[in-house]
Structure formats: C-alpha cells, structure tokens
Design a protein around this ligand. Sequence first.
Ligand code: 5GP
Length: 193
Amino acid sequence: MELLKQRIQRDGKVIGKDILKVDSFLNHQIDVQLLNEMGKEFKRMFKDEKITKILTVEASGIGISCITAQYFGVPVIFAKKTESKNLDGETYESEVYSFTRGKTYKIRVSKRYIGPEDRVLIIDDFLANGKAVLGLKDIIGKANALLVGVGIVIEKGFQEGGKILRSQGIRIHSLAIIKSMDSGKIEFEEDEF
Ligand code: 5GP
C-alpha cells in the first residue's frame, strides 16, 4: 500500500537492527485517516470470506481492528494480556513469546465471544516472528472456529513469521512488507496484489 510505505519512509524510526518505531501514526499517536484507508484495503482483500469476527491482541492491534471492523460490520475481540475480574467465566488461553519485550505472556479470550460458528480474521499491527498470530490461531482452534485469514499492517519480511505462517497454509495479506532495514535504510518488497 503506497500511502503506508511513504508514511513509514517519512516517519518510521529504525531502532537497533530489527525494531521499527511508528509511534507517530500507528502505535501511540494514531492517524485515523490513514487507518481508515488500511481498513478499506483489508475489506477489499477479504470481502468474500464471510467474516463474522475480527480477532487481535491488546493494545496495539485494537485501533486498526476497530476501523477495519466497520467495513465488515462485525465485532472485534481483543485477546487480553492480563487476568481480569471482568473476564468472568471460562476463557481460551495461549502463550505468546514477545521478542520486543523478551518475555512470554498469556493471552485469553472469553468462551462467550468465539465459537464453532465463527469465521475469524486476525488483524495485527506487526508481523515479526509470528508468535502473536500463532497464539491467536491456537485460541481460534480451541474454540473450534475457523481462521480465514490474517491482515497485517507491517510485515518485517526478514524475520521468520511470514514464512512460518504461509507454510502452514494461512492466507496472509500485509499492507507493507519490509525487505530490509540495514543501517536505518528501509527497503520494501513489491506489493503482492
Ligand atoms: P511476533 O509475534 O510476530 O514476533 O511480533 C508481533 C508483535 O510484536 C506485534 O503485535 C507488535 O506489537 C510487536 N512488534 C514486533 N515487531 C515490532 C516492531 O518492529 N515495532 C513495533 N512497534 N512492534 C513490533
């Protein structure tokens, strides 16, 4: 998605060798108009999939998921990272290793909001090693729901997540795929659609 790539080039900051900071439009301050264009793209890609729920992880996936959900007319469920009294009743759980934080955490979704009738689209801000998506996929499996696809805003193509998920037959669409960001210079792969 050209608009997104231009914005990453303009405002993205490379931290170390493998972290991209996009706090000015995606992860802290949010450019709602840009997210709106991304939501339209996800709708275009997955319009024939009869999606019933969008699933993400708190907190950074929630904004783009909600905007995308407006185009599909479906609810968003965000997996929670902390235990909460609001999550009464039973939950589906999975474990996710976060390489940005260097630790493993648990994610959980109430059994009330996902079930065998659901056709689920996972949306997230970044795809790196694929652990967050695999944790969400695990929860979808435990609920006997169907994972129909994954929509990613920024995929770091030089990390292994995309390869792992595609080799499992999962349909992934990333709005921007970064080929490399050596010495702070960001290069993209060609758009796949
Ligand atoms: P994965 O589970 O694919 O290894 O990593 C994906 C998750 O880690 C995303 O939900 C995102 O929040 C975070 N993440 C991974 N890489 C980056 C990055 O380069 N920048 C930012 N801001 N978050 C990242």
